[in-house]
Design a protein around this ligand. Structure first.
Ligand code: NAD
Length: 494
């Protein structure tokens, strides 16, 4: 079948491995793809190393590298519907959401395509007319790019676009559960004229096909988006060869609602914050932290509306959200909710699979609200990555900030209030990489994305996102070289 792209050629798994991809919405077979092992990834690393060391891609003018990304954006627009369908089949999510994602992905390609040409470095004043100094950005080298399944191509493009813009070569290893749009992306890169070896793709499970990307000495940078536990393994492994490491990890994101907010708006966003894509969003607002006096009314309304949410597969036009990615993930959510209830949480709605026979073959779980969770309990501390909202209360602003920051994660958070200065004060005090005020989830290609604390390090998107894929070099030139006579046998005169 030849699903790997190595050194400009399509290749099969060396050891003949195959993996069935089944749609999470109904278990139907989407396709069987090649499943790689270490040998495949090592071959891809060798190709990326050879292409980088040849120096042609990094020497290509940045504007030309940017043009290639702009071309791919145009090709993606052309094929957007096919990409959206492929993504929806792999991950089970509604086609309409995948269509939005494809537009976001094209925007990201365009952002980095234009940014590449503007990254001119700067001149440093030496204070010496006979010397000249400049700061330049150079590519890091071979980048190992490892992406998750929840936004398969979006998370992938956040890495591929800046890596290419900055002149690197890469080996991409997407999630083994959602390979199709990565295969399709490589076809577009090939069509756009990406030179052989600059972009390489392998598929397969993390410990086999992924691990060499953090271990191999020929990889200079590893950029990983995924779970905290995997991120720790990757960071530790990459340390042995002192690779540059960028980690975009999980979140347990607070949504702080003050009783002076607009009630309908805050309820509406609280639902979107957690139930979009069935909570399989790194920045999902999984922790509702609502001011005490609003608690009963707010939670009653949330429960009422959560029970109206319609579940369904990618092509069900009435569906509002879809299934979980796999049976294993569904089982994990079930265990998470059971543990929360054992710790004293009160189940207000959900907490089980839907009864609807039409959904029986998919990995569906009802939108779930757990009230009165205890601070420090696993329900509040651990990321579920599913459609499970926990509810806590606070008394005043200080209390709200203290509770919202009481987590080892720090990816994103929100504050809802109609008091403009309170909004800014709370946003300033939240220890999270993105803070939304009276909103939830929007992000911009031109604004940095990344976590505080154990949500990761390094930034994606924005100018800093491009900088993650460059080394900074200071070039100093003596314009009037000549002997200095430091040691000329004379008594110390300097
Ligand atoms: P995961 O950690 O299980 O897997 C992510 C990727 O890592 C996959 O491609 C997997 O095959 C690979 N992998 C696993 N073990 C590996 C190893 N030892 N070496 C190399 N690669 C390995 O995560 P997931 O379940 O795919 O994704 C969900 C997680 O991703 C959640 O925690 C979510 O919060 C996080 N996420 C974070 C962001 C962000 O921007 N911070 C965005 C999306 C998802």
């Amino acid at each position: 079948m030849a699903d790997f792209y190595i050194d400009g050629k399509w290749a099969e798994a060396r050891e003949g491995g195959k993996r069935e991809i089944r749609c999470p919405a109904d278990g139907s077979l989407v396709a069987t793809v090649d499943e790689g092992t270490r040998a495949d990834t090592e071959a891809a690393i060798a190709a990326a190393r050879k292409a980088f060391d040849a120096g042609h891609w990094s020497a290509t003018p940045a504007a030309e590298r940017g043009d290639l990304l702009l071309k791919v954006a145009g090709l993606l627009d052309r094929d957007a519907e096919a990409f959206a369908k492929a993504e929806s089949l792999d991950i089970g999510k509604r086609l309409v959401e995948s269509r939005y994602d494809m537009a976001d992905i094209a925007a990201c390609l365009r952002y980095f395509g234009k940014l590449a040409a503007n990254d001119a470095g700067r001149v440093v004043d030496t204070g010496n007319p006979d010397a000249f100094s400049r700061i330049v950005h150079e590519p890091v080298g071979v980048c190992g790019l490892i992406s998750p399944w929840n936004y398969p191509l979006l998370q992938t493009i956040w890495k591929v676009a800046p890596a290419l813009a900055a002149g690197n070569t890469f080996v991409l290893k997407p999630s083994e559960l959602t390979p199709h749009t990565s295969i399709m992306l490589m076809k577009l890169l090939e069509e756009a004229g990406l030179p052989a070896g600059v972009g390489n793709l392998v598929l397969g499970a993390g410990p086999q096909a992924g691990a060499p990307l953090s271990e191999h000495p020929d990889v200079d940078l590893v950029s990983f988006t995924g779970g905290l536990a995997t991120g720790k393994v990757i960071a530790a492994t990459a340390a042995a060869t002192v690779k540059k490491v960028a980690l975009e990890l999980g979140g347990k994101n607070p949504n702080v609602v003050f009783a002076d907010a607009d009630f309908e708006t805050a309820v509406d966003y609280a639902l979107t914050a957690i139930f979009l894509h069935s909570g399989q969003v790194c920045s999902a607002g999984a922790r509702l932290i609502v001011q005490e006096e609003w608690h009963d009314r707010f939670v009653d309304e949330l429960v009422r509306r959560a029970e109206l949410i319609r579940l369904g597969g990618p092509f069900d036009e009435h569906a509002e959200t879809g299934p979980l990615i796999s049976a294993a993930h569904l089982a994990k959510i079930e265990r998470y909710v059971e543990a929360a209830l054992a710790e004293g949480a009160v189940l207000r709605t959900g907490g089980k699979r839907p009864d609807d026979a039409a959904l029986a073959k998919g990995h569906y779980y009802l939108p779930t609200i757990l009230d009165h969770v205890k601070q420090g309990s696993s329900a509040v501390v651990d990321e579920s990555f599913g459609p499970v909202l926990t509810v806590e209360t606070f008394t005043d602003e200080d209390d709200a900030v203290r509770i919202a920051n009481d987590t080892h994660y720090g990816l994103a958070g929100a504050v809802f209030t109609n008091d403009a200065s309170r909004a800014q004060r709370v946003a300033n005090r939240l220890r999270h990489g993105t803070v939304w005020i009276n909103d939830f989830h929007p992000y911009l290609p031109q604004a940095e994305w990344g976590g505080f604390k154990q949500s990761g390090f390094g930034r994606e998107l924005g100018p800093t996102g491009l900088a993650e894929y460059t080394e900074v070099k200071h070039v100093y030139q003596n314009l009037k070289p000549g002997p200095q006579y430091w040691f000329d046998g004379e008594p110390a005169g300097r």
